[in-house]
Design a protein around this ligand. Structure first.
Ligand SMILES: Nc1ncnc2c1ncn2[C@@H]1O[C@H](COP(=O)(O)OP(=O)(O)OP(=O)(O)O)[C@@H](O)[C@H]1O
Ligand SMILES: [Mg+2]
Length: 275
């Protein structure tokens, strides 16, 4: 039984001439305890995929099964409840609440669960200690550096001990020391049996993952297990991206030459009809 099963999921934005097919009939199964690295060029659909898996957005077509339950058409309130109970999000843009201290921000998800304030603060404080920010508990977000904000946001995402972590470039703007501490946290969470889906542009980070999913033009073009500490051959994959772009350009050129051919064949068929 898979934790997550995407069955021919598509996501289309806009309509008419402005239509973008962000996901094109994606099939994906994820088991509990996997650590998936999602990679691919900018615009290939990675964040869209994560948003759908994280129930932040709904697919246009297809079915999404979470623990065998069809969640593809749930109303927003039900989706919010599933998110709160199961998922931890780590995104590129973090939004801490500016008027709350670091400690209050980190403990906030526990408030939604009805845990007493004293216990919330205790847990948040332990979490902050783990990421080396215990001396910033009473700071406001604007008094922190970018990297510190990111770490606080990550602490907040993880405090509920969510069984599924959805991370979109979690170490995007961090220096290498902070990146390492975040990746170590994720590694620990994974080792405890939780599932992680992480978008990254950094091939070195695939050393932490158990599987790579590579996307191109809204489709998964490579999906395979990774050995321990294996680093993905990103050079080969981006070369294949380039070849795909060139192939597409060639096809477009052929298409632009086609109308003439079409017209003549139309004439033929009309002739055929009049006969
Ligand atoms: N809200 C939206 N409205 C219209 N188009 C969108 C929207 N969100 C994403 N898209 C389009 O869908 C496609 C996939 O976007 P997505 O954000 O999933 O890419 P990505 O792989 O995460 O890229 P990046 O590496 O730059 O973050 C892009 O062509 C993008 O322009
Ligand atoms: Mg993205």
């Amino acid at each position: 039984m898979s934790l997550i099963k995407l069955d021919s999921i598509s996501k289309v934005y806009g309509f008419g001439d402005a239509t973008t097919i962000a996901l094109d009939e994606v099939n994906l199964e994820i088991d509990k305890g996997e650590f998936i690295a999602v990679m691919g060029a900018s615009g290939s659909g990675k964040s869209t995929l994560l948003n759908i898996i994280g129930l932040l957005d709904r697919c246009s077509q297809g079915k999404y099964y979470l623990n065998e339950r069809d969640v593809s058409r749930l109303r927003s309130r039900k989706r919010a409840k599933i998110r709160r109970d199961n998922f931890g999000f780590i995104f590129q843009s973090f939004n801490l609440i500016g008027t709350m201290t670091v400690l209050e921000n980190v403990s906030l998800p526990l408030a939604y669960k009805g845990i007493l304030k004293i216990n919330r603060y205790k847990k948040a404080s332990t979490m902050l200690q783990k990421i080396g920010l215990q001396n910033r508990e009473y700071y406001l977000p604007h008094q922190l550096s970018g990297g510190q904000i990111q770490r606080v946001a990550i602490a907040r995402a993880l405090i509920n001990r969510p069984s599924l972590i959805i991370a979109d470039e979690p170490t995007g703007n961090l220096d290498s020391a902070s990146s390492e501490s975040i990746m170590d946290m994720l590694k620990e969470i994974h080792a405890a049996g939780n599932t992680i889906i992480m978008v990254t542009h950094n091939p070195d980070l695939t050393a932490y993952a158990s599987r790579i999913v590579y996307m191109r033009d809204g489709a998964i073009v490579e999906d395979k297990p990774l050995k321990k500490n294996e680093i993905v051959d990103l050079e080969r994959l981006t070369k294949e991206d380039q070849e795909a772009v060139e192939e597409e350009a060639k096809q477009e050129l052929i298409e632009t030459k086609k109308p003439k051919a079409k017209k003549s064949s139309n004439k033929k068929s009309k002739k055929g009809k009049t006969k």
